[in-house]
Design a binder for this molecule. Structure first.
Ligand SMILES: Nc1ncnc2c1ncn2[C@@H]1O[C@H](COP(=O)(O)OP(=O)(O)OP(=O)(O)O)[C@@H](O)[C@H]1O
Ligand SMILES: *[C@@H]1O[C@H](CO)[C@@H](O)[C@H](O)[C@H]1NC(C)=O
Length: 316
């Protein structure tokens, strides 16, 4: 049954991945089998990560994604339910396996990773059409690039046509991004390496991030945010290329594991846009910095994302 009456704060159209992580003293060579000392399975995928962070802050969320009709798919569905995420639009397919990332890590922290997007690439127009009643009533729609780019772009347009605010995270970055993505993004949010690939210039300083943000506005985004790790982020809020870039610094903390920090930031941003629609973007970014800053202080991806009860009351 389609519950067309339900209104969500945040709808994410995006990816789910199961991380299979093996730790060994060194990485194996081609054709070699070695013994490792630790193995764990983690929930990942940028879309799911961002949805989980928004939900933990108190957003009413729905995920639109595809997993396999397999053990990892069943497990991922349960993970969404455990986090209070609406799963009506989480489809299970028998034509591909749940997205998986096989990750090997050595004692020096270096890694080798194979990602098989699998079921994520099966998400298409038909599923978007089924989710239209939810997208239309959402306060915010969030997309990334771990599913087919055409599906992401269609979802963003669907949202805009229905006056739903859009947040787009061009990750993982592709150099030849369809220019329509810029126009479909009310907020375009990327990190330094993604910005470099899109701009063709280095983005490591606040100044370079400002220049990047102005170019993003010229390309048609409503607003731009470039995240800068311990330096916080740079925000350009107005729709004029001449608008000033604001550096929003953060309290740099000693990072234990930064995996998924960018997704924590975007999930938090989506929560603030949904709950405080008139709050200045700079203030939303300041608060999202605080949330993401907590996530880097413990290991894991979703396991490191804070809930409302773990955070200072002045962030709400
Ligand atoms: N050492 C740190 N101290 C405080 N905040 C941090 C630190 N590292 C990251 N952050 C917070 O996380 C946000 C996102 O970090 P970053 O720009 O590194 O994203 P990312 O590169 O996409 O993350 P990921 O490591 O998941 O790829 C930053 O804008 C900041 O708010
Ligand atoms: C930016 O995010 C990507 C994942 O999309 C990650 O691989 C990369 O390391 C990040 N870049 C920086 C500078 O943190």
């Amino acid at each position: 049954m389609v519950m067309t009456e339900e209104a969500f704060d945040v709808v994410v159209v995006g990816s789910c991945m199961t991380d299979l992580v093996s730790q060994a003293t060194r990485l194996p060579k081609e054709g070699e089998t070695i013994h490792g000392h630790k193995f764990f399975i983690g929930f990942g995928g940028k879309g799911a990560n961002q949805c989980i962070q928004a939900a933990r802050l108190g957003a009413k969320t729905a995920m639109v994604c595809k997993v396999g009709k397999d053990f990892f798919g069943d497990n991922y569905l349960q993970n969404f339910k455990d986090n209070g995420i609406h799963t009506e639009f989480v489809g299970q397919t028998s034509v591909a396996a749940t997205g998986a990332a096989s990750i090997m890590v050595n004692d020096a922290g270096q890694n080798a990773i194979v990602i098989v997007a699998g079921a994520n690439l099966v998400l298409g127009s038909e599923e978007l059409q089924q989710a239209l009643p939810a997208i239309r009533r959402a306060k915010v729609l969030v997309c990334q690039l771990e599913i087919s780019p055409g599906t992401s772009l269609r979802a963003l347009r669907m949202a805009q046509e229905n006056n739903v605010r859009t947040i787009f995270n061009p990750a993982p970055a592709i150099a030849a991004l369809d220019p329509d993505f810029y126009r479909a993004s009310d907020i375009f949010c990327c990190n330094e390496s993604e910005a470099e690939l899109l701009m063709g210039w280095s983005v490591t300083s606040v100044e370079e991030a400002g220049r990047t943000g102005r170019e993003l506005l010229k390309r048609g985004c409503g607003a731009a945010i470039i995240t800068l790790g311990p330096q916080g982020c740079v925000v350009l809020a107005a729709q004029e290329p001449s608008s000033p870039a604001h550096h929003v610094p953060t309290t740099a903390v000693k990072a234990v594991d930064t995996t998924g920090a960018g997704d924590s930031f975007i999930g938090a941003l989506a929560f603030y846009v949904a709950h405080y629609p008139t709050m200045p973007l700079k203030e939303m970014a300041r608060r999202a910095n605080q949330v993401a800053g907590v996530s880097v202080q413990t290991v894991g991806t979703q396991t490191s994302y804070p809930s409302k009860k773990d955070l200072p009351a002045d962030l709400f």
